[in-house]
Design a protein around this ligand. Structure first.
Ligand SMILES: [Zn+2]
Length: 223
């Protein structure tokens, strides 16, 4: 094993050589920085060991790994930090999930016409507009025609890791409220809510607890 610096005297000249780790930027990226807590510009940097002569790197040796460095706080992370969803990614996934799940609930409403169906459609459009302001009844109709309720879990899957428990409970509670606008929760609608809960990583008991508490709160409302 060589010492870090190894001075040698060659013909009266003090020759100093050693090894140094150098970081070179290989790519720019946007990632969620756990240190400053937000979406940040970062650089992917590869670390390589260099042979140095008089403290100047002269020969690149083997690569010793990669890091992702935050350009705001300059904290360095393992590259897997870039695999986690950014806040912007999560917002997109959440908007899509809210849209898809509401359309599935409308699709499984029974009966499919009349005041109850009208009420649930209105509630669904209002709910989706909180995430996608330009959403309307025409888009809802085309979503209802094209979405398979059996796939509810797949749309929310990416939220499992990114969303805190409180956010998951809120998402499901909103869905239950939209469903109740139609007066009741049909078995098919309950299945959509259960699929969504499973996709979010919640236990069946947790989902039942959320549904029960929203139903109880609604029953307690005057009128
Ligand atoms: Zn940072």
């Amino acid at each position: 094993m060589l010492p870090h610096l190894w001075p040698r005297n060659v013909r009266g000249v003090l020759l100093v050589f050693g090894f140094k780790i150098r970081l070179s930027t290989t790519a720019s990226l946007v990632f969620f920085c756990p240190s400053c807590g937000g979406d940040r510009a970062g650089s992917r940097r590869s670390a390589r060991r260099w042979f140095t002569l008089f403290w100047i790197p002269v020969v690149p040796l083997k690569s010793v790994g990669e890091v992702v460095e935050c350009e705001t706080c300059h904290t360095r992370f393992d590259p897997t930090v870039a695999d986690r969803p950014t806040t912007a990614d999560l917002h997109d996934v959440l908007s899509t999930a809210v849209r898809v799940l509401n359309a599935m609930l409308v699709r499984t409403a029974e009966p499919t016409d009349g005041p109850a169906a009208e009420a649930i459609r209105n509630a669904a459009v209002a709910q989706v507009r909180t995430a996608i302001p330009e959403y309307d009844h025409v888009t809802l109709s085309s979503d209802v025609a094209s979405l398979d309720p059996a796939l509810a879990g797949q749309y929310v899957g990416p939220l499992d890791e990114g969303l805190a428990v409180g956010g998951k409970e809120l998402l499901l509670s909103d869905l239950v409220r939209v469903t109740l606008a139609g007066g009741t929760i049909t078995p098919d609608q309950r299945r959509v809510i259960d699929h969504a809960g499973r996709g979010l990583g919640l236990t069946p008991a947790h989902v039942t607890g959320i549904v029960t508490s929203v139903v109880a709160a609604r029953t307690a409302e005057p009128g």
